[in-house]
Design a protein around this ligand. Structure first.
Ligand code: NAP
Length: 295
């Protein structure tokens, strides 16, 4: 077995993503010599102890990061500023501070200025998830064959970036470096807008009255069901993603709205060729995803 990458890995937040990393660390043995877990509520800390997925559990984030050579923020992105403020004076010199947040410009804005000199900040985002949350939701194959995007600010220590890249490779992911603003635009279209649409369509269906609403549930086996899976995601996590990728999300939503209006116009005026062309483009995208093994 290879040497552990880190002596002590502190996970601040141990839900779907944090607990998956903890489980992989336990299974492989070469991520970290020791895993320390921190969460916000006593109920989660108790559950993590029952699951036995961390070597040590700390209720106080400042205590959790003491002596850790890698600290990973795995809470909702809206909590990052408060967490960074609480841990900054307690980070070990030379430690790497990283995160898994779904938005990257906001993380660099909120956390970057609080990182003490001598601590290396390497923002990251594994593109893997499910609609489930909490420490029971994690599993060791979550990141297999998925991308993890690293968005290190200019001047970040190259050896630290490589260590975080290696951590994600050992978690099963493929790693790519990306500029943070570009990351946020790409994620706005591939992840954030689809979630916004799913939450909205479920809300629209839920607002229907009486019989129609009942039939939505009864006959949901059609297209609606796939939206409900996405819409079952954690409300706090997604609230924070929307509020922290506001510009890119609003821009993609505006473009989508224009395209939806064009589709509505084609439906109204019976423009079958336009409708068919759009559907064909959708099929083409699906086929490309399958070929890239990302479906
Ligand atoms: P999750 O399952 O809901 O878990 C969140 C964890 O953060 C819980 O352990 C929670 O503790 C803790 N937490 C919440 N507020 C906190 C605070 N103020 N201080 C300290 N800890 C706090 O969430 P997740 O799906 O793992 O997402 C975690 C991060 O990964 C988010 O930043 C998200 O954007 C990113 N991400 C998510 C996905 C996805 O699809 N889910 C994919 C990639 C990246 P309690 O249980 O005690 O509240």
């Amino acid at each position: 077995m290879a040497e552990p990458l880190f002596r002590r890995l502190a996970l601040l937040g141990i839900g779907l993503i944090g607990s998956s990393v903890a489980r992989i660390a336990r299974e492989r043995g070469d991520l970290a010599g020791e895993v320390v877990a921190n969460a916000r509520t006593p109920a989660t800390l108790k559950r993590v102890a029952e699951l036995g997925i961390a070597d040590r559990i700390e209720a106080d984030p400042a205590q959790a990061v003491q002596g850790a050579d890698c600290v990973m923020l795995c809470a909702p992105v809206g909590a990052f500023a408060g967490l960074a403020e609480a841990i900054a004076p307690h980070l070990a010199p030379g430690a790497i501070l990283t995160d898994v947040g779904s938005t990257k410009q906001s993380v660099i804005r909120d956390v970057g200025p609080l990182v003490p000199a001598g601590v290396h900040f390497v923002p990251a985002h594994p593109l893997a998830g499910t609609e489930y949350s909490g420490p029971d939701a994690g599993f060791t194959t979550l990141f297999d064959g998925r991308w993890c995007l690293l968005t290190p600010p200019p001047g970040t220590d190259a050896a630290s970036v490589e260590k975080i890249a290696e951590l994600w490779r050992r978690c099963g992911a493929m790693v790519q470096t990306m500029e943070p603003a570009h990351h946020d635009r790409v994620l706005a279209i591939v992840s954030h807008l689809p979630h916004l649409l799913a939450f909205t369509i479920c809300g629209t269906a839920d607002d229907l009255e009486g019989e129609s609403r009942q039939e939505v549930l009864q006959f949901a086996a059609t297209g609606f069901r796939d939206f409900t899976r996405i819409a079952a995601s954690d409300p706090v996590m997604w609230r924070d993603v929307f509020l922290n990728n506001r510009e890119a999300l609003l821009e993609m939503l505006a473009r989508f709205t224009e395209d939806a209006q064009a589709m509505a116009r084609a439906v109204r005026w019976g423009d079958g060729a336009y409708i068919e062309d759009k559907i064909l483009r959708g099929r083409h995208i699906r086929r490309s995803l399958i070929e890239l093994k990302q479906a």
